[in-house]
Design a protein around this ligand. Structure first.
Ligand SMILES: NC(=O)c1ccc[n+]([C@@H]2O[C@H](COP(=O)([O-])OP(=O)(O)OC[C@H]3O[C@@H](n4cnc5c(N)ncnc54)[C@H](O)[C@@H]3O)[C@@H](O)[C@H]2O)c1
Length: 403
């Protein structure tokens, strides 16, 4: 138990054995890190959010054949999922909900109890869920009909095996997207996973080759798309959708600090698993943009990078001018110099309707009354796009997102 290791740390410290104490302290830290990494993996795989998603947890006990929940890994995994807004349905043959809640309280972990459900059967925990997460090595988990479970789940259906308990090959054969821990690297360097008891280890696919910008631009549809702002909310999802349909997709983003860059880096990392790289390039860097265009001959640009948000303009008005006005013109100028010129699809905003009172809004409404600096820059972009189209015959399209 963690508390025993911490006692050991304390005893070592008081006996002057600082290096031994440090060693045991690191064991505790490593355990915590592994739990956080596992939960983070679940969230990033589920497209970076589990808000309002049903997640099924198989096993809450510290180990099989017991109802003991003291310091079970299920605590931190469920806590992180609940913090991110998931609805967590637990099935454990022995653990009672009140024992789990008492353990959360003991560790001062706040949980929204309405979103922590203990299911009466494995099937009811699974039905309608986005993912199954195995956290205890109960034998009965190996005997379930995962094919039947798969039929009742949302798609894509994920399975995160925190105990390396189940047969990955069999689950993947059913259609699950499987992530498992407990993997070891044998001498040949090929990753292998310990399979269900008795079965031979199943070799995993070799790790993906290093992603390169040229590799990302390989296309089966003839479209090669530069997506700006791929570390952002819309850009992340759009890049996955485009890549999934076979387009070549390369992303750029300047990872600015409007909201935590760590979120943006996590998105960029998760995008790599979908075959999309995000290069750290600013819209205002004409040289970098020019060489990207020259090298990859983009057929389209999905222009999403912008200083978004209405209220932030009272804090940093220049960021709107820098990204939305200067950056926009810079991108348009670089694109204009290409032969043939790529088509640009640009993200405008419902905010351009500003103080208009006529409803419903229409695409041909006059939008001359923006109510924020953000809206004013977005409206300017629409006018600039019109100008580029008029002067150079540029193919410029814009979509107005409504939040
Ligand atoms: N999310 C919405 O509800 C909404 C509504 C209306 C319009 N939009 C528009 O859609 C687009 C995407 O919005 P989002 O919600 O994904 O915003 P976001 O802030 O999550 O993403 C924008 C991304 O652009 C990047 N960026 C900003 N300036 C840059 C620059 N100069 N160079 C390179 N990268 C830069 C940021 O780092 C960020 O990752 C924006 O143009 C926004 O104005 C969004």
């Amino acid at each position: 138990f963690q508390k025993d290791i911490l006692n050991l740390v304390y005893i070592c410290e008081s006996e002057g054995l600082h290096e031994v104490a440090q060693f045991w302290q690191q064991v505790v830290q490593m355990n915590e890190h592994q739990k956080a990494t596992f939960s983070g993996k679940i969230i990033s795989s589920l497209f970076n959010t589990v808000t309002n998603k049903k997640i099924c947890i198989f096993g809450f006990a510290f180990k099989k054949d017991t109802g003991d929940v003291r310091e079970t890994p299920a605590l931190s995994v469920c806590h992180m999922l609940l913090q991110d807004g998931a609805v967590v349905h637990v099935y454990d043959p022995k653990v009672k909900r009140e024992d789990a809640l008492a353990e959360f309280r003991y560790h001062n972990m706040d949980v929204d109890e309405r979103r922590l459900i203990f299911a009466p059967s494995p099937a009811s925990a699974v039905e309608g869920s986005h993912a199954i997460v195995v956290l205890t090595e109960w034998d009965e988990f190996k005997t379930y009909d995962y094919g039947a479970f798969y039929g009742t789940m949302m798609k894509p259906a994920f399975l995160f095996d925190g105990r390396a308990l189940l047969s990955r090959a069999a689950l993947e054969g059913i259609g699950f997207e499987v992530h498992a821990i407990g993997q070891a690297r044998p001498q040949g360097g090929c990753m292998r996973i310990r399979d269900a008891e008795g079965a031979p280890p199943v070799p995993l696919a070799p790790p993906p080759r290093q992603l390169t910008p040229a590799g990302c631009c390989a296309s089966t549809t003839g479209r090669v798309i530069l997506v700006t702002g791929t570390a952002g909310f819309v850009g992340f999802h759009a890049a996955i959708a485009l890549r999934t349909r076979g387009d070549g997709v390369l992303g750029i983003d300047n990872f600015n600090g409007y909201y935590p860059p760590s979120f943006k880096r996590a998105r960029a990392k998760a995008l790599e698993e979908h075959g999309v790289l995000t290069l750290n390039v600013d819209l205002n860097d004409a040289e970098a943009l020019s060489s990207l265009f020259k090298e990859h001959r983009f057929t389209h640009v999905l222009a999403l990078a912008a200083q978004a948000g209405v209220r932030y303009a009272t804090k940093d008005p220049q960021s709107y001018v820098k990204s939305n006005i200067e950056g926009f013109v810079n991108l348009a100028e670089v694109a204009r110099a290409q032969d043939p010129m790529p088509r640009i699809v640009y993200a405008s905003s419902s905010s351009v309707y500003g103080l208009n009172t006529k409803v419903p809004f229409a695409e041909d409404d006059v939008v001359d009354q923006p109510a924020s600096l953000y809206a004013a820059t977005k409206k300017s972009n629409e006018m600039m796009a019109h100008t580029y189209r008029h002067v150079y015959g540029f193919f410029f399209f814009w979509v107005g997102f409504f939040t």
